[in-house]
Design a protein around this ligand. Structure first.
Ligand code: MF3
Ligand code: CO
Ligand code: CO
Length: 278
């Protein structure tokens, strides 16, 4: 798709269709996303003290479900394409979409928790890394650089820039640190839909891809590997792991393009967007 038909101005009252167009939202949609994004951030803030050696990922998933329902929202992942949990929890060499289970966290793990409350029809999609007990410096560095990658991508998000500028900034920083950028999973448009156009790649060439316009909503969610970029999917059909078993980290924010930059919907109100969370 190209040209003006690539974009569609919406006011949020119409049926949201996955028709491949990039939606341009108005003020009421920003208000809806602000609330959904804040709830995602508050959920991640509340999880931080629970992420300790010995806790099972199913216990953390139960907390996410209760927290979300208690705040008048629904976990968007519950029942999504047959997924039966309220969040994704990805430990160490798991790249993304780790399934909560009776497996317990252990000292030294790095863990991504990805939550998506659906509040009043709007999706707030965000993930952060958590450090379990004493984490080796090499792993902490990966986590720090991955958060820097996300924020460098967000720094490119303003009208007139292109989606490729975001991927290029992320890739440059990751590769300068000799890390691998995962190609198989991307950020995505969102709003009334969980996964919508455009696809937001985390590696690429500056100046390529759709131009950013006010009212666009999308996630940026780079997955960065300590080793090579390649991933493989486990037989459960969800869990993606690094092929070389190297550690992988990810952070995700949901953003909206404004007239002169962007608004991050999923910032922590407590300023706890990355570890350490104390
Ligand atoms: N929250 C994930 C994302 O960032 C999607 C998870 S879909 C699930 O897009 F089904 F795996 F939960
Ligand atoms: Co997402
Ligand atoms: Co997510």
């Amino acid at each position: 798709m190209s040209g003006m038909n690539q974009y569609q101005v919406v006011d949020g009252s119409e049926q949201a269709l996955r028709d491949g167009t990039i939606k341009l939202h108005g003020p009421e949609a920003f208000e809806g996303m602000r609330k959904a994004g804040l709830l995602a951030a508050e959920n991640l803030d509340a999880l931080a003290p629970l992420v300790q050696p010995g806790v099972t990922t199913q216990a953390l998933d139960n907390f996410v479900r209760e927290f979300t329902l208690d705040h008048g929202a629904v976990p968007a992942t519950l029942g999504y394409r047959g997924y039966a949990h309220s969040c994704c929890i990805s430990i160490n060499h798991v790249v993304c979409h780790g399934i909560p289970s009776d497996k317990a966290l252990k000292d030294g793990d790095i863990v991504n928790i990805d939550v998506t409350p659906l509040l009043d029809g709007w999706h707030g999609d965000s993930s952060r890394m958590f450090l379990v007990g004493d984490v080796p410096l090499k792993a902490r560095r990966l986590v720090d650089v991955t958060h820097e990658c996300l924020m460098l991508g967000i720094a490119e998000a303003r009208p007139g820039k292109h989606l490729g500028d975001i991927g290029a900034a992320i890739q440059a920083h990751a590769e300068a640190n000799r890390y691998g950028v995962v190609r198989e999973f991307c950020g995505h448009g969102l709003g009334r839909l969980f996964h919508d156009a455009p696809e937001v790649v985390h590696a690429g060439r500056a100046g390529t891809g759709p131009e950013l316009r006010p009212g666009m909503f999308f996630t940026i969610e780079p997955m960065i590997n300590l080793g090579k970029p390649a991933v493989k999917l486990l037989s459960d059909g969800w869990t993606a792991v690094t092929r070389d078993k190297s550690l992988s980290a990810q952070f995700e924010h949901s953003i909206g393009i404004t007239e002169d930059g962007c608004e991050i919907f999923t910032l922590s109100p407590a300023g706890r967007d990355k570890p350490p969370y104390v």
